[in-house]
Every structure is written in C-alpha cells, then in structure tokens.
Design a protein around this ligand. Structure first.
Ligand SMILES: [Cu+2]
Length: 144
C-alpha cells in the first residue's frame, strides 16, 4: 500500500516520462571512407541518440532524394524523427529542433569545418547551422 502511494505521488508530481524514454534513433547515410561522420555519430550517442550507420558510395543520390542544395551539403545525411540533419550539426541543436518541433525540413552544417563535432582542431571562426527547405531560403538557425 505504501509503495503504491509513493508511485501515485510520483505520477502526481508529473515526473517527466522522457526520463525513462529510450534514446532517439538516427539513421545516418555516409561514405564508408569518411571518418568524421563516425566521430559525429559517437558525439550523438554520447548525447542520448542511437545511430544506425548506412554506408553508401552514392551519397549524391541521397542528397538528391532529400533536396539538399549543394551549398548546404555536408559529409553525411542523417534522418532523425522525420527531420533531415545534414553534416556535423551539434547534438544540442538537433535536440532543440526536436523539442521545439521546428517547422521545416531539418538542419545543416555545411562542409566539414574545423572544430565541428567529429572534426579535429579548434574553431577559428564562428560556425553557423542553417535550416533546410524545401522551397524556402536557408536561414541561420544557430551559431557556435
Ligand atoms: Cu564525415
């Protein structure tokens, strides 16, 4: 009886169910020869995601399928909860996008800039994460 009361109290206090939720699945398409994608995957897993890696030698086909413009292309394309995450976007911005239910296709950190998650070295300049379309011009989502 006592335990049941405690459980009821916990529920009444509104403890977030997300505390018990499984990690968020990520499907990452990458070139098997690229190492920064794997390090980005490790960064994501350290931040509560579970990454399934799909190696492909035809990333161009994936980028065409998801309408990734060339100037927003990164070294891999990831699918997360219905969004596209292109390149080495920091996990915290992916979480922010998910929690605010961002309107749009997803996010991109173009290229493979030094200091991004998965890339060695210290940043020499601020890096900007952009929104992905379709049909809308990319907008700066965050800088770090
Ligand atoms: Cu890579």
């Amino acid at each position: 009886m006592h335990a049941v009361k405690k459980l009821a109290l916990g529920l009444a206090l509104g403890l977030p169910l997300s505390v018990f939720a499984a990690s968020i699945p990520v499907k990452m398409y990458k070139n098997p020869n690229c190492g920064c994608c794997d390090r980005w995957a490790a960064h994501m897993e350290a931040n509560g995601f579970t990454v399934e890696t799909v190696n492909t030698s035809d990333l161009a086909a994936i980028k065409a399928k998801y309408d990734i413009p060339a100037n927003l292309a990164g070294c891999h394309t990831a699918l997360i909860d219905g969004y596209v995450v292109e390149g080495l976007v920091p996990a915290k911005y992916v979480k922010q996008m998910l929690s605010e239910h961002m309107v749009g296709q997803g996010l991109s950190l173009p290229g493979m800039p030094v200091g991004a998650p998965g890339m060695p070295g210290e940043k020499t300049t601020a890096l900007t994460v952009y929104t992905l379309g379709p049909g809308t011009a990319p907008q700066a989502y965050a800088s770090f």
